[in-house]
Design a protein around this ligand. Structure first.
Ligand code: HEC
Length: 202
């Protein structure tokens, strides 16, 4: 009798331990993954590496990096990478009538565009203070998830062609990784011009 109770308790204990162990493993694996990433400092090499991978696969260079044109077409100017439309850059004359008829134009290196929203310029997203150097992580997540200039709640909406409404589908870990990587980029001082409404085109 005592013996059978003891056996039952032993079985229950083993079963209990197993169940608890299973639950714990699953739960702690999940929590560990996201909380580890969430807790990883922005300069953690795993985070930066993931951001490097994402930024280099998602085409941020298209609109944020000035380029020259060689025999192979557009080529990145490495020392200006991610610095946006140059602050002293000039646009070719814009045919406002064409734009008003519905055409969208882009400068050859894609760092500026003209469309029904007016003229917009690829932003500086280098680690410089004129880029995202002084931004907090919250600002960056806000900018991409809500499409807000500088990621500030009361700022203007980000203009096309920045595809924030696509990038907002990334999870927070990936957005953090992108931010972590951008923080490691070469700082380039550059303040692209402010956007112009279409009414200011002549
Ligand atoms: C098709 C063009 C295009 C692509 C691709 C693009 N951007 Fe942009 N981005 C822009 C333009 C143009 C602006 C400026 C919009 C404005 O002034 O409202 C901008 C603005 C931003 C801003 C806000 C800057 C600020 O000062 O508020 C961030 C952050 C940003 N882009 C990050 C990225 C990242 C990261 C990628 C790649 C994952 C990327 N962009 C890809 C065109 C693009």
């Amino acid at each position: 009798m005592f013996r059978s109770i003891r056996i039952t308790i032993a079985i229950a204990a083993v079963a209990g331990v197993t169940i608890v162990a299973c639950t714990n493993t699953t739960a702690s694996e999940k929590t560990a993954t996201s909380s580890e990433i969430a807790a990883a400092p922005l300069d953690s090499s795993a985070l930066v590496k993931r951001g490097d991978y994402l930024v280099n696969a998602m085409g941020c260079d298209d609109c944020h990096s000035p380029k020259t044109f060689g025999p192979q077409g557009p080529q990145l100017i490495q020392e200006l990478r991610f610095s946006g439309f140059p602050q002293d850059g000039k646009l070719p004359p814009i045919d406002a009538e064409q734009v008003k008829k519905g055409w969208t134009l882009m400068s050859p290196d894609l760092t500026s565009a003209v469309g029904p929203w007016g003229v917009s310029y690829g932003a500086n997203i280098t680690s410089d203070e004129t880029g995202i150097g002084n931004w907090t992580e919250e600002q960056f997540l806000n900018a991409i998830k809500k499409g807000k200039y500088k990621g500030l709640d009361n700022s203007r909406p980000l203009l096309p062609p920045m595809p924030w409404f696509v990038y907002k589908n990334l999870n927070d870990e990936d957005l953090r990784a992108i931010f972590a990587y951008l923080k490691t980029t070469k700082p380039v001082k550059n303040v692209p011009p402010s956007p112009k409404p279409i009414s200011e085109l002549n």
